[in-house]
Design a protein around this ligand. Structure first.
Ligand code: FAS
Ligand code: PHB
Length: 391
């Protein structure tokens, strides 16, 4: 098999990159190891930044998002049994976010690829990327029981944290930076209308909790749990009792309960690999970086990477200049590290480390009080949360 851009991974990064390249008339092939149903059902992110929304609309993938997505103008912070709303448009000159699950973005992009006939192979497990430093890198993969090869001009690893593309960057040139957190998230989906109009991020002595949503009928909630937690140890009643305790506030507010339809534990990790390119192999999305989801950055960083990369491929096609391709890694890493810092800030300010000192807790509450009382501090959070422009 032969293609101009070989894309490893059919998650949001790979699918959006393929959409952008296809619309620009650049030939590409997506190799996804799992089957379509698995990829479309995998519960993950829920918040789209302004620029992610704009890119999806611009490439013709925003129609259902605009119909079914929920535009949000702010979030609520809860701490010390108090509530404080952060208004995004007034603090950022009009930026807002969209609640539209990653599962839906993936479904929309897959449907477009299949209707446009873009080569998207499911069950295609990439084993290796060879010749990254040659003009013809080769992707070796297994598909329908056969060993296959895809010869490319360029390869983009969109295969997530556990993918193989990162290994195409030789260890001698690769730097990795990472931090593990002493807690995880227990994420639940529940068939119950959200008890809030906008997302609620709660700091409490019992630990962090987040109230998000998927639709007017479905709530998405998370609570901080110890690493190694088994979701089976958390009955619906225990989940709701703990969430209610953590969202408790001195106001007339009650957490609505309902049947929980899915539970999963998500470890928290910060990770960056540099550079995001070696020869003719590029890395995008979780293949290059991971953030704890407290800042709702993961999916949006992936969208930003592939937007920058698609523009660089178009520039090469139109001008013959590889200057934007050569700048890709540095261009993306500046945004990646900003998102890494914001995600780290939101995570360490809102979560209670096991055995945390009273001094640390007072620092957290002082920081949250500063955000609640200073428009400058609130604007810093709002600008980061709604996302820095893709440029
Ligand atoms: P993905 O991991 O989504 O996609 C990579 C794709 O490559 C997968 O489909 C995989 O099957 C495929 N692949 C892997 N190896 C392959 C191989 N060898 N050959 C072929 N294909 C291969 N972010 C948030 O903002 N909010 C959240 O609440 C949130 N929750 C998350 C929960 C979990 C359990 C995880 C793991 C991540 C979560 N994230 C969240 C982050 C998540 O949304 C990612 O940022 C986003 O999926 C990144 O997209 P991709 O880079 O496309 O990587
Ligand atoms: C979600 O809706 O899944 C979600 C929202 C905000 C976050 C993390 C996850 O920070």
């Amino acid at each position: 098999m032969r293609t101009t851009v070989g894309i490893i991974g059919g998650g949001p990064a790979g699918l959006l990159l393929a959409r952008l390249l296809h619309r620009a008339g650049i030939d590409c092939t997506v190799l996804e190891s799992r089957d379509r149903e698995y990829v479309e059902r995998r519960q993950r992110a829920g918040i789209l930044e302004q620029d992610t929304v704009d890119v999806l609309r611009a490439c013709g993938a925003g129609e259902r998002m605009d119909r079914e997505g929920l535009v949000h103008d702010g979030i609520e912070l809860r701490f010390d049994r108090r509530s404080h709303r952060i208004d995004f448009p007034s603090l950022t000159g009009g930026r807002r976010v969209m609640v539209y699950a990653q599962t839906e973005v993936v479904k929309d992009l897959i449907a477009l690829h299949l209707s446009d006939g873009v080569p998207l192979l499911f069950g295609a497990a990439v084993r290796a990327v060879e010749g990254a430093d040659t003009d013809r890198p080769v992707v070796r993969f297994e598909h329908q029981g056969r060993e296959e090869t895809l010869t490319c001009d360029w390869v983009v690893g969109c295969d997530g944290f556990h993918g193989v593309a990162r290994s195409a960057v030789p260890e001698r040139v690769r730097e990795t930076y990472e931090r593990a957190y002493p807690y995880s998230w227990l994420g639940v989906l529940a068939d119950v209308p959200p008890s809030c109009d906008e997302l609620v991020y709660a700091h409490s002595p019992r630990g962090f909790a987040l109230h998000s949503m998927r639709s007017p009928e479905v709530s998405r909630l998370y609570l901080q749990v110890p690493n190694g937690t088994d979701p089976a140890d958390w009955s619906d009643e225990r989940v709701w009792d703990e969430l209610a305790a953590r969202f408790a506030v001195d106001a007339d507010w009650e957490l609505e309960r309902g049947p929980i339809t899915s539970k999963a534990v998500l470890p928290m990790r910060s990770f960056v690999t540099e550079p995001m390119r070696y020869g003719r192999v590029f890395l995008a999305g979780d293949a290059a970086h991971i953030v704890p989801p407290t800042g709702a950055k993961g999916l949006n960083l992936a969208a930003a990477d592939v937007t920058v990369l698609a523009r660089a491929f178009v520039h090469l096609e139109e001008t013959g200049s590889a200057e934007l391709l050569d700048a890709y890694s540095d261009t993306c890493l500046r945004r990646v590290w900003r998102a890494e810092h914001f995600s780290y800030f939101m995570t360490t300010t809102l979560h209670t480390d096991p055995g945390q000192s009273g001094f640390q807790t007072r620092l957290q509450l002082s920081q949250l009080d500063r955000i609640a009382s200073s428009p400058h501090a609130a604007a810093e959070l709002a600008e980061n949360y709604t996302g820095l422009p893709f440029g």
